[in-house]
Every structure is written in C-alpha cells, then in structure tokens.
Design a protein around this ligand. Structure first.
Ligand code: KIV
Length: 283
C-alpha cells in the first residue's frame, strides 16, 4: 500500500458523500462515551494494514493485544510475548491509526513488577509507538500499579475477570464467577484511576451489575450485552482464526475460505500457465 493510497483511505474531509469528519479519539472522549450512552466498539490489531482498515471502518478503539502471541506468533498462551515484540507491533499500529484510541497490552509479567519497572515499560510503549494508553490485567492486587501509572500520566485500561496471563493459576480459560472478588477488583481498578475496563468471561448478569456500579466504561468479551462496549479478536471476527474460536466470538466474514480459495486459484493458474496473463505482462 502506498503512502498516497493510505492518505486517500483515511480521507477526513467528509466530502463526496463520505462519512462526516471524524477527529481523534482521546482517552477522555473514550471514557465519556459511557455518560453519553454510546456503545463502544473495540477490536485487536497487530500490524499496519489491519489497523488502517479497522480505523477506516470506524472502530472506536484498537487494542494491540498480547493475544498476538496466539494469533500471530502461534503460541498456546499469551505469556511468551516480550515488551520489545509488543512495541514492534504497536509501532506499526500506531503509524496506521488516525482516529481510534490505541491501547497496548502490558506483556506478562510487567503488570506485577514494581511501580518503577512498570512505569519504565509503559513509558517505552507510549514514547515509541504513538499509542495512547496501556491495558493491564488485574484489579485489587494491581491497584497500586495502576495508581502509579496514572500518576505518571499513563492512562490505564484495566482487565478484570478472566485474565489470560494468569491461565496457569486459574487452571484454564474459564468463566469467572466469584461475584464478590470481581466486584472488588472492578471497584479497586476504578478507584486507582483506570479510565476503562475490559471484562472478560464474566456471566452476563454480573457484568451488567459491575457496569452499573462503575462510572468508567466496561468493554466486554464473553461478558454479555450489558457492558458499555465490546471487544473481539479481529481474526475471530473475520473468520481468519486457524485454531480454537471461543463461543462468544462471532465471525462476520469467512476470510479463511476467501484466502485459501484465492491462493488455490493462483496456484492453479501458475501451474496451467494462465498467470501472468497479457495484462500482467510487460515488454
Ligand atoms: O489480548 C487481547 O486481545 C485481549 C482482548 C481479548 C481483550 O486482551
């Protein structure tokens, strides 16, 4: 994709019957969508072309998730992703996005190190990637870390419920049902200064209860319709996931079939001498 075609793809003028101009989503605007009663859409991206397409399509927030460990790198859990790797991917996303809020996952185990190390790591993310906030798994036990990041001017999206970085401690990717603990985690993260919160794999009725008790928006994944917004792994949404797809995900396209079909036709054309054709041939 050339720089020119990218600029055209992100035309902000609203001219020629296009969508009205869309400014940049900021942390306060994002947090304010709850009070405005507007549902929030969020998706993951790990590279420039996907980030540019999601941004052009109008998503409110883009998460450079540590799900890239599974989705992009082929690992079994989110644990292997390093700080340098997530920064490398967040840089590509940060370069592409003109409108959406871009949030970057703090990789394991940064959210549990001392405040100085966490601020240093999150500071690198903001300095090197053009992204605007970090996401950190945890609630009550991470409240001090969240408060330290916020005091350092680093916006934090908390992540409560199923915390994939704690998969071994939790014994698998399971629904989280301990109401008292989840309410306490959510309140602690909000009190510590988080501007929003992912709620993952929480029963819908409990997610709705948490959402009603918080002033900050909840962004659900496997947490039902009562949250203030929703987030999905983009590869699940597009039917691109090669492995397990969770029940809460909805595929809006079947790009796996589209891609394998296109590649199969290309291979056949090469084998039959039909590609390159006249149009693709230069003297
Ligand atoms: O890493 C990720 O993609 C996430 C979302 C699933 C919320 O944390």
């Amino acid at each position: 994709m050339s720089g020119d075609s990218h600029a055209a793809g992100n035309d902000d003028s609203g001219a020629g019957g296009k969508r009205p101009p869309r400014g940049r989503m900021t942390v306060p605007k994002f947090a304010g969508l709850k009070a405005a009663g507007r549902k929030i859409s969020m998706l993951t991206a790990y590279d420039y072309p996907f980030a540019a397409l999601l941004d052009e399509a109008g998503v409110d927030g883009i998460l450079v998730g540590d799900s890239m460990s599974m989705v992009v790198q082929g690992h079994a859990t989110t644990l292997p992703v390093t700080l340098d790797e997530i920064i490398y991917h967040a840089e590509m996303v940060g370069r592409a996005v003109k409108h959406a809020l871009v949030v970057v996952d703090m990789p394991f185990p940064y959210g549990n190190l001392g405040p100085y190390q966490v601020i240093e790591a999150a500071g690198r993310i903001l300095k090197e990637t053009r992204c605007q906030a970090v996401k950190l798994e945890g609630g009550a036990a991470q409240a001090d870390i969240i408060a330290a990041l916020v005091a350092a001017g680093i916006p934090v999206m908390a992540h409560v419920g199923l915390r994939p970085q704690s998969v071994h401690q939790l014994g698998g990717y399971k629904m989280q049902r301990d109401e008292a603990a989840l309410l306490a985690d959510a309140k602690a993260a909000e009190d510590a200064g988080a501007f929003a919160m992912v709620l993952e794999c929480v029963p819908a009725s409990l997610a709705e209860k948490i959402t009603k008790q918080l002033a900050i928006p909840t962004i659900g994944i496997g947490a039902g319709p009562g949250c203030d917004g929703q987030v999905l792994v983009t590869h699940d949404l597009l039917g691109l996931t090669t492995g397990y797809v969770p029940r809460f995900a909805k595929a809006y396209a079947d790009l796996k079939t589209t891609i394998t079909d296109a590649v199969g036709r290309y291979c056949a054309d090469v084998a039959n001498g039909k590609f390159p054709g006249v149009e693709q041939t230069m003297e």
